[in-house]
Write a protein that binds this ligand. Structure first.
Ligand SMILES: C[S@@+](CC[C@H](N)C(=O)[O-])C[C@H]1O[C@@H](n2cnc3c(N)ncnc32)[C@H](O)[C@@H]1O
Length: 340
């Protein structure tokens, strides 16, 4: 085997090449047995798009034109124009002692500007003041709402408060061997409720290609644990043909980042959210993991693989179906008993 081939198979070489390696390293430890991560798996810092997934043409990309970065928290920012009124986040959670609540502003002297100010509502997904800056607000954390962020086509700068997922992972993560569920993931630092953890990465492929991979997979229906459909905005009546058809999917089985090793729990501490940058790219929105509670360092990171949209709860009650189901070993008090 040549040096290049060896490098290709060396997980350490791959994670050491991450731009964030010095500050937020990914480590791999196994204190349980002598299993290694499959050599065919490749660590990547970002997803890779298959050739037949069309990137949006430059002329159709649009960003906000907010004068000040601070303006990118309000419904006047075009990046936030799709946030529905009812799900807006400006009525902050009182039980948490909000430190940045801002309702309608008082009318000022200057006519049009005054009206604008009056109707201006803080709708973006994050806290913007105090120690909770950059963390998701509880109202969003408990929802299935997408997160709309500013991005590279926007006029606002890199310090705009509405660029959290865009800036990437800011935590060291450790892939470790669990006693019963293969590899898992934890952080070596405390994580706060609402904090962004990392994205789910993989190969971005068409729905058709995803189905072929499902059919060919030797792990049969379990291939679905690695495939995520980017279907948050799928709508058969959409004007955008890319949102009408079968959604694009992300396959993290063979090429991905550390979150591909996150196990399931029926009582999880992470949740996955659809994150949109350029509105023209809704069909290839990102998948972002956020902490839904404070997580002490060393505690395993988990999310609910079905997040309440599955009927395996019912199947688990049927002894005939149980024999084909996979037992859940999450160990939580409210464990549903089976993964699928
Ligand atoms: C996305 S992978 C997670 C990483 C995996 N543990 C590994 O070693 O590669 C999903 C697989 O992990 C295992 N797994 C994850 N959560 C589990 C749980 N709560 N109970 C039992 N097995 C679990 C199952 O084998 C599942 O197919």
């Amino acid at each position: 085997m040549g040096l290049e081939d060896e490098k290709h198979l060396c997980h350490w070489c791959q994670i050491r090449a991450f731009a964030t390696h010095a500050r937020y390293p990914i480590t791999i430890v196994n204190n349980e047995d002598d299993t290694m991560i499959q050599p065919t798996f490749r660590f990547m810092e970002s997803s890779i798009r298959a050739n037949n997934i069309e990137p949006t043409k430059k002329e159709f990309l649009t960003g906000c034109e907010c004068d000040e970065d601070e303006d990118c928290q309000y419904n006047t920012c075009t990046c936030l124009q799709d946030i529905e009124d009812g799900s807006s986040a400006d009525e902050e959670e009182e039980e948490e002692g909000d430190d940045d609540e801002e309702g309608p502003k008082p009318v000022s002297e200057d006519g049009y500007k005054a009206m604008q100010d009056f109707f201006r509502k803080k709708v973006y997904a994050y806290h913007s003041d105090g120690t909770r800056t950059g963390r998701l607000r509880s109202k969003v954390l408990t929802s299935r709402d997408p997160i709309y962020e500013c991005h590279e086509s926007c006029v606002c700068g890199v310090d705009c408060p509405n660029r959290v997922v865009e800036k990437g992972r800011k935590l060291p993560l450790q892939i470790f061997r669990t006693k019963t569920r293969g590899w898992g993931v934890r952080s070596t630092v405390d994580i706060k409720k609402g904090q962004f953890v990392d994205k789910y990465m993989g190969e971005i492929i068409t729905g058709q290609e995803a189905n072929q991979r499902r059919a060919q997979s030797h792990i049969a229906q379990k291939k679905d644990v690695y495939l995520f459909a980017l279907d948050k905005f799928s709508n058969p009546e959409s004007f955008d043909e890319r949102l009408r058809g079968p959604p694009v999917e992300v396959d993290g089985e063979f090429i991905s980042g550390p979150t591909r090793f996150v196990n399931h729990s029926c009582n999880p501490n992470l949740r996955i959210f659809a994150r949109v940058g350029d509105h023209a790219d809704k069909h290839i929105h990102e998948l972002a993991f956020f902490a839904i509670q404070n997580i002490p360092r060393g505690e395993e990171l988990t999310f609910d693989y079905v997040d309440g949209v599955d009927d395996s709860d019912m199947d688990a009650l049927d002894p005939d179906k149980q024999k084909d189901m996979t037992r859940c070993l999450c160990g939580s008090k409210n464990c549903r008993g089976y993964l699928w």
